[in-house]
Design a protein around this ligand. Structure first.
Ligand code: HEC
Ligand code: HEC
Length: 551
């Protein structure tokens, strides 16, 4: 730390606003505070100058996004760069072409270990004037990153839009061509030339690690997977912090730990009937809803990849931590729809290379073992003498704590915290319109007056969008075929909500409902595209691929 401060003192001797030719990269770790200081003191008056000052180790870890869904424009030749620190607790992002959206803005994310929270921040570098730092976790970031904010990096085994989007597969032809374009200009590019180890991207094994590379450990994993694992770890810390902060945590902690241990299993064993009986949803129903949401997420995600085709594997290996989330939602009153790294909210895919629950289990275990050493003792005996003593102990402690909690006046389980999946029919704008307003009136997305019915009514029939009028474009954007351009960006809406929105917009524009209104854009033989579940998926996918085209 002292070294960093000293080197900073040397650096600020450079004239503000001028390139510091003598500037040496700062040693040590990079974080939000360092970047803010370098920019704030005028040492790094531009993104290029900042990059020159960052240590080599930091400039050698990155993912490259050629089709970003963020505030940064991107392309094959000028991808968005996500530079990440060794544990990904700090991420810095920029893109590479002056005409791209967000070219003059640096985006950052930092994980605060002590608070178990992610914060997001943007610094913009206007052409005329000093850099401007946005307030932390501003609303602009929350529109996509949620509140509490979390990273969005999608889930194993695909990261649509990032080079090497399919885990363990060779690069597709468009990716290979795109990467060639990018590499051709990289060495002389004002920003990309600071990326080190770019040669790795030219290696055939970079995205499809050989058995040997894999054998040598995580370093052999491609950048996207590495980032996914690191972010998932931090994300579990954030989840644990949130869970610990809930008022009923003490009563539920033994049960929560038990749900994550593959040996301890059954919910009925861990939670007394009287407590389960007070929950508003049965576990079976809860788990079935999660399966359905995950199936849709994986379908939508596949449509965001270049291939736009369904995954070959089934969803059955998706890890959704159902029992743990069930207790968090029904017992602690915490919504969990924002808990994964998936772009689509209200989905529950935590899958990692290794079973994800073990990561979370280890964190929760360490936490509990600090106050109850007996837990550590019994767990260490598991290997030798079986799990029954350990699980039995968790069950007994859990029952005692929960029965005491149920009797306490403040106990209030069973509150439904998740937004209902479908909304009842009603007059006026459907509630889902609020989501469109949240981004399209605030400047996150292109301005569309979703909040002014009379203006919107006129606009809907006009416009020269790729699919015709604004109304036509919206209908397309609401369908699964829109792939990476699907709206509402970052969330799944139910089929009923989609239909309600479309009918509302049609009546506003005084366009009579078409026979396909109910069925959705591109509906074939009454089959609903983007509708619930994975049934009839192959036919639907085939139809979608025919009609859909990238914008
Ligand atoms: C329009 C939606 C959207 C908004 C608004 C948004 N982001 Fe993101 N952000 C994304 C997406 C999508 C990703 C995943 C990578 C990608 O597609 O570029 C992402 C990724 C990131 C990452 C890399 C870590 C991660 O989450 O994967 C950082 C850092 C980041 N955003 C910072 C910000 C900051 C700072 C703001 C507010 C100024 C912001 N973002 C606002 C969509 C958004
Ligand atoms: C989280 C932010 C977010 C939400 C929520 C959102 N949008 Fe968008 N929308 C964007 C961004 C960013 C773009 C620009 C990128 C693109 O074209 O995909 C966009 C583009 C569009 C476009 C194309 C506009 C143009 O000028 O090309 C339409 C139409 C649209 N959205 C409709 C909707 C509708 C309808 C909803 C609500 C159901 C919605 N959006 C919800 C962020 C959002």
């Amino acid at each position: 730390m002292i070294r960093v401060v000293l080197s900073m003192l040397c650096l600020v001797l450079c004239l503000p606003g001028r390139a510091c030719l003598a500037a040496q990269p700062v040693p040590g770790g990079v974080n939000l505070e360092l970047v803010q200081r370098l920019v704030g003191t005028g040492t790094a008056p531009s993104i290029e100058q900042l990059l020159a000052l960052l240590p080599a180790t930091f400039r050698s870890r990155y993912a490259l996004v050629f089709d970003s869904r963020s505030l940064h424009g991107s392309s094959f030749a000028n991808p968005r760069v996500l530079l990440y620190s060794e544990d990904a607790a700090f991420i810095l992002s920029f893109n590479g072409e002056p005409s791209q959206r967000g070219y003059r803005a640096l985006e950052m994310m930092q994980f605060d270990e002590a608070r178990g929270e992610f914060s997001f921040q943007e610094i913009s570098f206007p052409e005329d004037g000093p850099p401007v730092s946005e307030a932390r976790s501003g609303e602009r970031c929350a529109a996509c990153h949620g509140l509490p904010a979390r990273p969005i990096w999608d889930t194993f085994p695909t990261w649509p839009g990032a080079y090497g989007e399919r885990y363990g597969a060779r690069l597709s032809a468009p990716e290979r061509d795109g990467l060639t374009q990018f590499l051709a200009g990289q060495r002389s590019h004002p920003r990309y030339r600071y990326l080190l180890g770019i040669g790795e991207y030219a290696q055939p094994d970079a995205f499809h690690p050989s058995a040997k590379a894999r054998y040598n450990g995580a370093q052999g994993e491609p950048a996207n997977a590495r980032l996914a694992v690191l972010l998932a770890r931090l994300n579990f810390r954030a989840i644990l912090a949130q869970v610990r902060g809930a008022s009923a945590f003490d009563a539920f902690q033994y049960a929560l730990l038990g749900t994550l241990d593959p040996d301890c299993g059954a919910l009925e064993g861990l939670v007394p009937r009287t407590v389960l009986g007070r929950f508003s949803v049965a576990f079976g129903e809860f788990a079935a809803a999660a399966d359905k949401a995950n199936a849709r997420q994986s379908e939508f995600k596949e449509y965001r990849t270049l291939a736009r085709r369904p995954a070959r594997t089934s969803e059955s290996n998706t890890e959704s931590l159902d029992k743990f989330r069930y207790l968090a939602e029904q017992g602690l009153g915490l919504p969990t729809g924002n808990w994964t790294l998936a772009l689509e909210k209200n989905t529950f895919d935590f899958s990692l290379l290794e079973p994800a629950r073990l990561e979370l289990e280890a964190l929760l275990f360490e936490d509990l073992a600090r106050s109850d050493p007996r837990v550590r003792e019994l767990r260490s005996l598991k290997q030798a003498s079986g799990s029954s003593r350990y699980c039995g102990y968790l069950e007994r402690r859990s029952h005692a704590a929960l029965l005491a909690w149920v009797k306490a006046p403040q106990a209030n389980p069973g509150r439904v915290v998740q937004a209902p999946l479908t909304t009842p029919a009603q007059k006026g704008p459907p509630p889902v319109l609020e989501r469109c307003i949240a981004c399209h009136v605030s400047g996150v997305g292109p301005a569309i007056a979703f909040d002014q019915p009379s203006v919107l009514a006129r606009r809907l029939r006009e416009g020269q969008y790729p699919r015709g009028s604004l109304l036509d474009e919206i209908r397309y954007r609401l369908s699964v075929e829109a792939g990476s351009r699907r709206m509402p960006l970052g969330s799944l809406i139910s089929e009923a909500d989609r239909v309600a929105l479309e009918l509302y917009l049609r009546s506003l524009a005084e366009v009579p409902p078409s026979p396909t209104s109910q069925a959705g854009y591109g509906a074939v033989d009454g089959m609903v595209l983007g509708g619930g579940g994975a049934t009839a998926a192959p036919a639907r996918m085939a139809a979608g691929i025919k009609t859909a085209r990238r914008l």
